[in-house]
Each structure stands twice: as C-alpha cells, then as structure tokens.
Design a protein around this ligand. Sequence first.
Ligand SMILES: Cc1ncc(COP(=O)(O)O)c(C=O)c1O
Length: 433
Amino acid sequence: MPPSNKFFRNRDFLSAQTGKIFVEQVSAKSLAEKFGTPLYVYSESRIRANARRVKTALAKFMPHSQLYYAVKANNNLSVLAILRSENLGADAAGPFEIELARKVGFAKDKILYSGVFHSDEELKFGLKAGVAINVDSLSAATRLLQFGKPPLFSMRVNPGISGGKIKKLVFAGKDAKFGESLANAVKAFQIAKKAGVKKFGLHMMTGSCVLDENYFSSATQKLLEFAGVIRQKVGIEFEFIDLGGGLGIPYRASEKILDLEQAIKKTAEVFTEGVKKFELGNPKLMLEPGRYLVGDAGILLTRVNTIKQAAKTFVGVDAGMQTLLRPMLYDAWHEILVDGKLEKKNPQTVSVVGPICENTDQLARDRLLPKIAEKDLLILLDAGAYGFGMASNYNTRARPAEILVNGKNAEIIREREGSAEIIGKQKIPTRLK
Ligand SMILES: Cc1ncc(COP(=O)(O)O)c(C=O)c1O
C-alpha cells in the first residue's frame, strides 16, 4: 500500500510510487493520457468504504435509522448505482434527480423529494412519482396538498442553528432561505393531517462540511424540541426525523478528520433522550449526507499548459471555474498534488488558474507547490462532491468526462461533452439564416 501517507491521510485509495500517483491500481498519468484532461476520477472502493463507515456507526449506536444519499453532491448514475447497492435511499432535490434515482433502481419508498421553493409543476411531478415529499414552506405545503396526497408528507424547518467550515455555505439561521418557522410548520402539518395524510417526517439541513462532532447533537436537540411542539399541537407521530447532511471532510491537510463514531454516538444519545422526553413515538433517525460519501472519493486531473511570470507566477491549467466552481463560489480549498513531484523540492508560490475570461478563475491563489513545469499533471483532491455537478459550459467550454476506477479497471461513466451538447441544442430563427 501507499509508501507515503502524508499527502493522502485517510484517503487510502490513493498511493504513490516514486512520486507517481495511483488511484486504486491505476496511475493518474495513464488516466490522463487515455481519457484526456480535465478529468474527474472516482474510486469505487472509497465510495463504498465511506457508505459502510456511516452504516456501521448507525448500526452500532442507532439501529432504528436510515441512511440516504444527497444526489446533488454527485449525480452520476454509476455513483448512484454504487450507493443503491449499498442499500442507501436517495435524497432528490428536483424532478431529474428523482428520475436518475428511479433509473438505477431506487424504490419509490426509498426516495425523499426534498427541493426548495418548489414550483407547482415540480410538486405535481413528485406526487405522480409517488415518492415522499419534503417541502420547505407553508406555501409549498398548501399547494401540494391541493394537488394531491403524497405517501408521506415531510417538512423542512429552520431550527435557527447553523454550522460548518465554509463561511458562504449557510443553510439555517436568519439569513437562510431554507426551511420554515415552527409556527408555519405547525400550520402545514395541520393542513396535511386534515387532508388525510397518514405518514409524516420532519427535516432539517443546517450546515455543511461540519468537522465538529458536537454540532450534530446540538442541532438534533433543537429539531427534537420543534418535533415535540408539532407532536403536541398537531397530534401526529413522525416516521422519521431527518437530520440532513453536513458530515464534513478535511479539505485542508491541516484540518482534523471528523470523528464519525463520536458524532453519531452523541447524536444518537440526544435523539433517544429527546424522543422519550417529547413523547415522539418511534421515529427513525435519518441522515442524508452527500459530501461525506463521495467528496474524498473523487479527484480532478488537470494538465498545465502555460507558466506565466507576471507580478505573480501563474500556472495555467485546462480546468477552471467551468470544471470546478467551488474555489470561486466560496473560496473553497482543494489540496493540489503535482504528479511525479510529491515532495516539495524547490517549492514556489504560484496561483493555479483556468482558461476562463474572469480573474476569479483561480483554483488556488498564492499556493506553495513543488516547482511546476508546463505539461505537468496536477491532481486536485476531494473533488468528488459538488465538482462535476456545478460544472458549466461558460466561455463555451465542454464539461469534462468522469471515470470510475475499481481496482485495475478504469471505465468512462460520463463522456466528455462535444459540439452536440454545446452547439446542437441551439436554433437560429429562419429570418436570421
Ligand atoms: C436537503 C439537503 N440534504 C443533504 C445535503 C447534503 O449536504 P452535505 O453534502 O453537506 O452532506 C444538502 C446539501 O446541500 C441538502 O440541501
């Protein structure tokens, strides 16, 4: 296994041989040469290990639970198929995510449709699909129940508490557009009960990339207080109480690794006590992580094309904000390795920039890296979540290919885009021809 762990920490699907990086048993170099760059590469074993780690901790501390996967983190069908085969459910943010989940065989009763600011059409789609629906406003609840009765009605509340490492990632509290107030949630559940709904869920999603083990239990405490009030005022019991996602991964080498067992143990204790205290019956504890399951299982390969000496040293690569938006969207950090140059010999402070005509198109600013030359292959770590999903065609660029590695095998699981996707969908009115 890896002769050098210091670059990879717990990412045991990565290893180095004489400085050359391997994903499972396939070299990054061979992947880049065969499939081109920029290229997203995912490790099947790591996705499975991540899912099993969460399942094991839940089985140990809270067997009455269910684990769902937030499809928005990475919607590749093969990734979904892996997680379906691990017996997870799917948390879908919109109609196409429901379609994707159905396509790889998620049963209807293992899909939670959890969008925000639903349109009427989206609500009708959810009803027709026959999946459990989690609304995030009294408005959506009222409209949904006019259109029909879902097999399970759930509501996302804003418990006023928020956490996580990334400043611009805000999901709850006063500034958040997500979730409902307790008073409006009570009204929504009353309407649903009156409409004849028999099964209920309660949901929150308050923070992302949380590395503090204590956070989840504090948020859970708040949610259970809400559940207690709803239970009392509306007289319903919940099938599940969904704590959302938010389990964090350490993007920076200096960050701690989340002690998952500890986080789940504490949360399970608070959950069990709260269920008893607020007489909530026997709800399942539900989690729907995205990042934790796929984030560190993916890397982005990108090739250096230009070194420019200006006021700073700019390293120009073929990936940019059209490939990986996170650094530009919320100053997110991705560790960067240079294939064949793992040790920081002759380090240099450089900015790694993409080909897009925006000065925000910088994957890393003023980063100390080994001396880089044109044609070097760079590897951005932890690109498995919110990577491809946020990719775009900006500056009329093709979105990259995605590869799944399983041992010695590397298979293409999404083709690189070409003119069919970029030009083929456009139409010119005859008068302009
Ligand atoms: C409703 C919902 N559930 C789950 C998640 C997954 O969050 P994370 O990737 O932080 O686990 C998100 C992320 O935005 C979300 O909006």
